[in-house]
Every structure is written in structure tokens, then in C-alpha cells.
Design a protein around this ligand. Structure first.
Ligand code: C2O
Ligand code: CU
Length: 468
């Protein structure tokens, strides 16, 4: 995804731009892969688990030998991993000790509207708020991050993101790799000043308005779980890698050079596993894959590369195979049942056009010709209804729907190959029409649909809808 040099607001559609670090790029594979700690509930009572997440600034060593001030949940970047159970209520008390308002969103959560992190439901500096997640949904790899209107890009860039795993009995009954061989990998890119400070084109200002970066900000250092191009020591055994693209604007095509068995996507398990050589992930998307390192010898290195990147950004991380280990895991031929939503049951087909255009006297990103207006409802689906949403675009946008997962019906008129799967984010490529089908089953209320390129999102590519 090379940035178009010299692209401006006036000349064509802006593409994501590489922001070059002034700090020397660290040596790849020199830092061990960190695994974020699993959050401990402060209490569990009455069928619910209670967590407390305090947002605060912390000096952390991201680049070896340098200090970077990050904003982190619990002062950590990424934040702690929350491991929750399907159907068991999880309550997160967010305490904001930063100097700016924040909003917490559980990406992929089927969440009541007051806890979904609507972009204007701000938690002021010094204030706190309880978010209630009933998690009436199947096991899946979710993540949580900031969602403040106009400022999500810079605030996530500063570090406000973490993983959130939902488990259920169906998945636990499968012999998939577990424990230390179930690895969440939050992948994102950042750029650094010479002293280790984070660079962002509009930090401290209204984000996105800086000319040249309207298309999105690409960092030149690839981080996995907060560490630059890390190395993970692995046994000759199967591992479950929960890949999550937490980048602001970078799309990856991940490959190990060997086969990977994909078992899940945004909305949990696939019905059957599928063997792939590469996985494309646009911002916000997740993929659950099994990699069998017993195919390698002790002493071998397996690189996870990004086929969509060039130079240093073509590297992501490396696995160093360093021991034998007993492995009774397996990938069953049948993983789950994924109901195919019937488009014939749809009550309506709605159109959403993603484009650039003028807004508030400048240029921004629009949905159906409109910049984000939290009060304007672009759609009012009825609770329980099946709807088809037709998304079109002239340039690439990762489109994310809150509240309910969806299935992709067609891409430029073609049905996708393979059985249906549950997604919450889908990449519109250049000049594409993607039809999705969903059922608004969970809650009435106000939600959003938006581009997950966070600079596009901050530059107003978001629409509200209300389930009535
Ligand atoms: Cu991952 Cu509306 O966000
Ligand atoms: Cu976009």
C-alpha cells in the first residue's frame, strides 16, 4: 500500500500516507513478543464479572532504549486482554485519568446502546462510566478501543486498544490449541520522533485536518502486542493465532510462507476450516488461524510477513521454533454451525455510498453525501428485521457495522465462495459494491456504521442508525 507521493486534498482521492520516523528503525526480531496480561475481575457477583480499566499515560519502552509516552488502559499498551464468557455479563468501569474525553467501544460486541460507546457519549477527564456487556453472542475474538468523535485516530494511535476474547462451551469442546498456544496478536503501525515520542500529524489539534494525511496515517514501525517486529519462541506444535488489525489505516496481507488454517473471523468460528496461504486484514478485521510449527525443525525461523507492505513494512514478526512439545490439539473438520441468513427475508435494501467530498468548508469523507452528524439517523431498521445493505465506494474503505454481525452476500455482484461467515468489518476495495445481509436482533437504540480507517472516520465517514 505505497503512499502516493505529493497527493493533496485537491488532486484526486487521497491515499494513506507514510509518516516517516525520525528515530532509527529498530532491528527486526530483536525484541521478544509480549503477551498482554489477562485482566482480573475486581469482583464477580450475581452472574456478572466486574472489571476496572483506568486510562492513563505511561512511559513505556516501545523502541529499545527509548521511552515513549503512551496512553493505555491500565497504563498498558496494548491494554490487558479481557477474557469473557458468552452469556455472562461483563461490566467494565472505565476511569478516565487522561486530560481528554474518551469513549470505550467493544468492537464486535452485541451491546446495548448506552454501553456501545456512541461517539458523543463522552467520559470526561476525571470521570468514570460503567459499560455493561451482556455478551449474548457466540465465542469470538473481539477488541476494545477508544471511539471519541473526531479523535479516534489520534487516541487509538496513542495506545487506547486491547483484545477481548469471548469463549463458549461449543468452542471449548473442540480440541483447538489452548493456553499458551492460543496467542492474541494485535498488529498496528506507529511512527516515532528521534527521542521516542510518538509522531502523529495532528496530535494536539483537531485530527485529520492536516493536509496530506486525510487519506490515513501509515506508521513505518510495525508493532505486534506493542513491540516492534518481535520474535516469539514456539514449540513444534499447533498454535492458534488470533490476528487483529488494530492499525489506523494500514491493510495487511499476512503470510508465513506455508499453509495456515483459518478457523474463525470477526464473528467467531467458521463452519469448516479453510487452508489459506495469505490473509488480508483491513483495519478492524480479525482472523483466527492455526499454524502447525511441527512442520518445521528446531532452530528454524518462520517469518510472518506482510505481502501488502514494502521494505521494513513487509515484516511483521518472527516465530523461532525452539523445542518439542506434546501436542494433542487438532483442527476438526467441522467447527461450528453458521446459519445462512436468507436475503429473501430482507424487508428492505438500503444504499450507503462512501465518498470524499466537501464538508464544513473543507474536504472530508462522507456517507450518502453527508459528513457524520450524530443526530441524523441514516436508517431506522426494525428490531428483528433482516435487511440488505448495499455499500459502494470508489476507493478502499474498511466498513464496520456496530451491534450485529453480518454476512457478505455479494462483491461486485458475485457471491463469495465458500459457506457463510459472520463479519463485522468488510473491506470495500476500489470501485466496489458489497452487499451485506444482517438481522437486527439484539437491542433497540442508536448505533453507528463507519469506515474503520480511523482518519477517514475522524474526517466524518460515519453514519448513525437507530433500531426501532
Ligand atoms: Cu472498531 Cu466503531 O469501531
Ligand atoms: Cu475509509
Amino acid at each position: 500500500v505505497a503512499a502516493a507521493p505529493g497527493c493533496s486534498l485537491l488532486a484526486g482521492t487521497p491515499q494513506p500516507q507514510l509518516l516517516a520516523s525520525a528515530a532509527p528503525l529498530p532491528k527486526p526480531y530483536a525484541v521478544p513478543l509480549p503477551v498482554p496480561e489477562v485482566a482480573k475481575p475486581v469482583r464477580g457477583a450475581g452472574g456478572a464479572d466486574f472489571y476496572e480499566l483506568t486510562e492513563k499515560a505511561a512511559d513505556v519502552e516501545v523502541l529499545p532504549g527509548l521511552r515513549t509516552q503512551m496512553w493505555g488502559y491500565g497504563g498498558q499498551f496494548p491494554g490487558p486482554t479481557i477474557v469473557a464468557r458468552s452469556g455472562r455479563k461483563t461490566v467494565v468501569k472505565l476511569v478516565n485519568q487522561l486530560g481528554v474525553p474518551t469513549v470505550l467501544h467493544l468492537h464486535g460486541g452485541h451491546t446495548p446502546p448506552e454501553s456501545d460507546g456512541f461517539p458523543t457519549d463522552l467520559v470526561a477527564p476525571g470521570a468514570s462510566r460503567e459499560y455493561v456487556f451482556p455478551l449474548e453472542q457466540r465465542a469470538a475474538t473481539l477488541w476494545y478501543h477508544d471511539h471519541r468523535m473526531d479523535y479516534t485516530g489520534p487516541q487509538v494511535w496513542r495506545g487506547l486498544a486491547g483484545m477481548f476474547l469471548v469463549r463458549d462451551a461449543e468452542e471449548e469442546a473442540l480440541p483447538l490449541p489452548a493456553g499458551e498456544r492460543d496467542l492474541p496478536l494485535l498488529i498496528c503501525d506507529r511512527s516515532f520522533a528521534a527521542d521516542g515520542t510518538l509522531l502523529y500529524p495532528a496530535l494536539g489539534n483537531r485530527p485529520g485536518v492536516q493536509e496530506g494525511y486525510m487519506g490515513g496515517v501509515l506508521g513505518d514501525v510495525i508493532l505486534v502486542n506493542g513491540a516492534p517486529w518481535p520474535e516469539s519462541r514456539v514449540a513444534r506444535a499447533r498454535y492458534r493465532l488470533r490476528l487483529c488489525n488494530g492499525s489506523n489505516a494500514r491493510t495487511y496481507e499476512l503470510a508465513t510462507g506455508g499453509p495456515m488454517v483459518q478457523i474463525g473471523t470477526d464473528g467467531g468460528l467458521l463452519s469448516v476450516p479453510r487452508t489459506v496461504r495469505r490473509i488480508r486484514l483491513s483495519p478492524g478485521e480479525r482472523a483466527d488461524v492455526i499454524v502447525d510449527f511441527s512442520a518445521y525443525k528446531i532452530g528454524q525461523h518462520v517469518e510472518l510477513r506482510n505481502l501488502a507492505g514494502e521494505g521494513a513494512q513487509a515484516r511483521v514478526m518472527r516465530f523461532a521454533v525452539d523445542r518439542d512439545e506434546a501436542d494433542d490439539s487438532a483442527v476438526p473438520q467441522r467447527l461450528s454451525t453458521v446459519e445462512a441468513l436468507d436475503p429473501g427475508k430482507a424487508t428492505v435494501t438500503r444504499d450507503f455510498e462512501f465518498s470524499s467530498g466537501s464538508m464544513h468548508g473543507g474536504t472530508g469523507w462522507l456517507i450518502n453525501g453527508r459528513p457524520f452528524d450524530p443526530k441524523h439517523m441514516e436508517a431506522r431498521p426494525k428490531l428483528g428485521d433482516v435487511e440488505i445493505w448495499r455499500l459502494t465506494s470508489d476507493v478502499a474503505h474498511p466498513v464496520h457495522l456496530h451491534l450485529d454481525h453480518f454476512q457478505v452476500l455479494s462483491v461486485n455482484g458475485e457471491r463469495p465462495a465458500g459457506p457463510p461467515e459472520w463479519k463485522d468489518t468488510v473491506e470495500l476495495r476500489d470501485a466496489q459494491t458489497v452487499e451485506i445481509v444482517t438481522r437486527f436482533t439484539d437491542y433497540r437504540g442508536r448505533y453507528v456504521l463507519h469506515c474503520h480507517n480511523l482518519e477517514h472516520e475522524d474526517m466524518a465517514m460515519m453514519a448513525s442508525f437507530e433500531v426501532v
